[in-house]
Design a protein around this ligand. Structure first.
Ligand SMILES: Cc1cc2nc3c(=O)[nH]c(=O)nc-3n(C[C@H](O)[C@H](O)[C@H](O)COP(=O)(O)OP(=O)(O)OC[C@H]3O[C@@H](n4cnc5c(N)ncnc54)[C@H](O)[C@@H]3O)c2cc1C
Length: 462
């Protein structure tokens, strides 16, 4: 195997990690190289159930509209598979009741379809569709422990397994290696072992905590909303919460807080914490609902990115993708969209190229540009929060944060502003759209909340 010189058509790629980013990357690579091996430390379940290597899968996972559209492009029929499995399709502004610190946002049909699926269903659906490619093989129950090669090129990965096809096989050779091991990627250690200097990291940690639980939707439940997001922030409490429908007639409820007010996973604390949100809608809805799971927590919520700048001295055939390259505070719901966009971008970088040479700088530079707007949005919002640790907020971030506050106030009065806000949040428009004259005028003209829009009605719950 001649690394970097390999013709794409003869090459073997190894993708480390069979999460969402790894699966989608494998799908794209399979269209360009001879063989793709996905090495995954977990044994992969035959069904949409949480697994150990993806602990975040018990928490609400909003799939951004651009992410859904990109997934549909990568895996035609994907949306139908999700809805066919029972995942509800909602209108983003018509069915999702959103309360920001200024009040309830305007409700109207937006035409933006939003699928509410559990994270295990999303991953299992992607996995089933990806598995149909004949040149992708999975090595499950196999952990990658390092890379082989040198500072200019990797030649493969080191493996640890106690069973399966790789038992007694210490390494797997590769012309291209992709790190898709997620937020906890050990790539810095692996690079140091090769003699490389790991890329610098930027971290902004708002010390946010999640606590989540799944309920059965109460029989006879009727409401003017299908999902609900209550955002925390002054002048109300900082706590937030989400209630979203899932396949199988279930609700997932995630409570969100920061610093000393992070929600606990203790049974007696869950409902009282929900009662402390700015509106009782979520607490009232679950007060008599049957819990189907215990309560799980997550503090893995910092924004963290590896900065692979032009000229970085990294092996030319090692790529980082998904959370391993850049992960975000999950309240902004960007991670799965970024994973899908990263995979689609890799396809663009490989199309028409006869060989792998130069792939790393080309791919990383384009992916960084693509995720910059996600990062800037999360950084500007998080940097001004009271519990945030990281770079102190810049002057422009303070101004942006104040302006966003006015935009959110306008979302409670003006459907046009709310629609543009949602389109930006779902990466369908650049953040600069919020500065368009019509939007800016509406944001800067009014002050404070709208006309005290009431909470959307719920009836029929016991
Ligand atoms: C609490 C929480 C809530 C979130 N909510 C949202 C949301 O609402 N919307 C959204 O878009 N995103 C959300 N995200 C982010 C989202 O989960 C990820 O961005 C997305 O799943 C892409 O992840 P990934 O594939 O890069 O990594 P992961 O999904 O973490 O997958 C990594 C994979 O690598 C495997 N692995 C790790 N190390 C090794 C090794 N050494 N050898 C072999 N295999 C290995 C793991 O077992 C796992 O399968 C949330 C994240 C968290 C933490």
């Amino acid at each position: 195997m001649t690394t970097l010189k390999a013709g794409l058509g003869d090459a073997q790629a190894v993708v480390i990690g069979g999460g969402l980013a790894g699966l989608l990357t494998a799908r794209v690579l399979a269209q360009h190289v001879a063989r793709v091996v996905v090495v995954e430390q977990d044994r992969l379940p035959e069904g949409p159930v949480p697994r150990r290597g993806v602990p975040q899968s018990t928490h609400v996972h909003g799939l951004g509209v651009r992410g859904l559209r990109t997934l549909e492009r990568l895996l035609p029929g994907f949306t139908g598979e999700l809805t066919g499995a029972g995942a509800p399709m909602l209108d983003l502004a018509g069915d999702l009741a959103m309360r920001n610190p200024h009040g309830w946002a305007a409700v109207f049909p937006s035409g933006l379809g939003f699928v509410c699926a559990s994270r295990p269903l999303v991953e299992w659906t992607v996995r089933r569709m990806v598995r149909t490619a004949p040149n992708i093989v999975f090595h499950e129950g196999t952990r990658v422990t390092g890379l082989t090669g040198n500072t200019s090129a990797v030649t493969g990965v080191r493996l640890h397994t106690t069973e399966g096809p790789d038992h007694d096989r210490p390494t797997l050779t590769a012309d291209l290696v992709v790190d898709a091991t997620g937020r906890g990627s050990p790539v810095d250690t692996w690079l140091e072992q090769l003699g490389c200097v790991p890329p610098p990291k930027e971290v902004i940690d708002p010390h946010i905590g999640y606590a989540s639980r799944i309920y059965r939707v109460p029989e006879g439940h009727r409401a003017a909303w299908q999902a609900c997001y209550i955002q925390g922030g002054p002048p109300g409490p900082h706590r937030g919460g989400v209630l979203a429908p899932l396949e199988g007639g279930r609700w997932i409820v995630t409570l969100i807080g920061s610093g000393a007010d992070r929600p606990s996973t203790r049974e007696p604390d869950f409902l009282p914490y929900a009662r402390g949100l700015a509106d009782p809608l979520i607490a009232d809805s679950i007060a008599h609902a049957e819990p189907l799971t215990g309560i799980t927590g997550s503090h893995a919520t910092s924004n963290r990115r590896r900065l692979i700048r032009p000229g970085a001295r990294l092996p030319g055939n090692l790529l980082l993708t998904g959370d391993a390259l850049c992960c975000f505070n999950p309240v902004y719901g960007q991670g799965m969209t970024a994973a899908a966009l990263g995979a689609a971008l890799l396809g663009e970088c490989l199309t028409g190229r006869p060989e792998l040479s130069g792939i790393s700088p080309r791919y990383h530079s384009r992916l960084t540009t693509l995720t910059n707007s996600f990062w800037d949005m999360a950084a500007a919002a998080d940097n001004v929060l009271p519990d945030t640790e990281g770079t102190p907020p810049s002057w422009s971030q303070r101004v942006a944060s104040r302006y966003m506050d006015r935009v959110q106030a306008a979302c409670t009065r003006d459907p046009r502003v709310h629609l543009t806000f949602l389109e930006v949040l779902h990466s369908l428009r650049p953040p600069s759209s919020l500065l368009a004259p019509g939007i800016a005028l509406s944001a800067l003209a009014g002050r404070g909340a709208g006309q005290g829009r009431p909470a959307p009605a719920t009836s029929g719950t016991p």
